[in-house]
Design a protein around this ligand. Sequence first.
Ligand SMILES: [Zn+2]
Length: 372
Amino acid sequence: MNTVKVLTCLFFIASTQEWGFFGHRKINELAVYTLPVEMKVFFSPNQAYFSRHAIDADKRRYASSFEAPRHYIDLDQYGNVPFDTLSRDFRTDLRNHCLFFLSTREGETIEVLPDSICKSLEFKNWFDTLAMDFYYEEQWLVPLDLSFRLDTSKYRIQVLDEFTEHGVLPYNILRVYRKLVQAFKDLDATGICRYGSDLGHYIGDATVPLHTSSNYNGQKTDQYGIHAFWESRLPEQFAKNYDEWVGAAVYVDDIQTHIWNILVESHLLVDELLTTEQQVRLQLDDELEYGVEERNGRLISTQSDTLTVLYHEALNGMIEERYRSAIHSLGSLWYSAWVDAGMPNLENVKPAFEVNSADKKGRIITRRRHFE
Ligand SMILES: [Zn+2]
């Protein structure tokens, strides 16, 4: 008998604030202009709310270890486009990427659970119902179901989650979308504002190529810091020149496919984004690569203006395209959620009041589950 140490969704390195605060806020603000007049009656008076709360999801990363993996997915962990080793159904993909051990009631591991059990329909049902209730535990020690013909007074099943740490962004977007549909159905102003803002944040993340790669900050290619360079520094400097009118929102009938298409499009840009930066640096002398700027009263080394301008130029519109894609996708998903809710009349829905998920010390008052 040996004891297997079970580690679950504990490890996540907060990379940076995706799109920066600037980008996320602008995406939420500008998406309001894509909406039909029937929705603008609610969204326009609350436009400042949607913009201000575009970054709530990032703030929650510091209050809950469960939040971080909702912001990315390392698609390179799953082969190549179109990543068909993933079913795109959360429970199925989670189950397929967990390891299961038979263990004592106290948690001591006896053996890997045999295929005869893991592949059975009973096992699938057990996982989708009973085991999922333990998803938020740091270790899962799940009671057995009688259908396994094992002695429930002696044994448990231990679950090693090897899925969550690689990110659950697309599954999370779908979850938030469903919440938003329900909020529209309930004419729940607070819910519309909250889930609408969060949806904007996660869609924004999905349009950032480095949120789909395990090389998310260039750490594997000696390009450390490229994450914030691409999604914060460049948009902050150049977005004023971008075309912000992206057209009217459109109805999306297959939300799941739409979300995955955004992620695949993003992922296909990862190599170009990285190699372009390497090539631009090669053209520059070392002293022209870095500059110094003051932040919060401290001088810090940062990418030089020369490098910033040349990199943005060499990307040939990539950031503007992803930024515009985020705005249009968000408007379209807001619109689709409203249509899916039966196009409720929003005229008399009262403007939302401020709701905070965390108290002043940053503690979460009510921990919400990921996938309800
Ligand atoms: Zn994020």
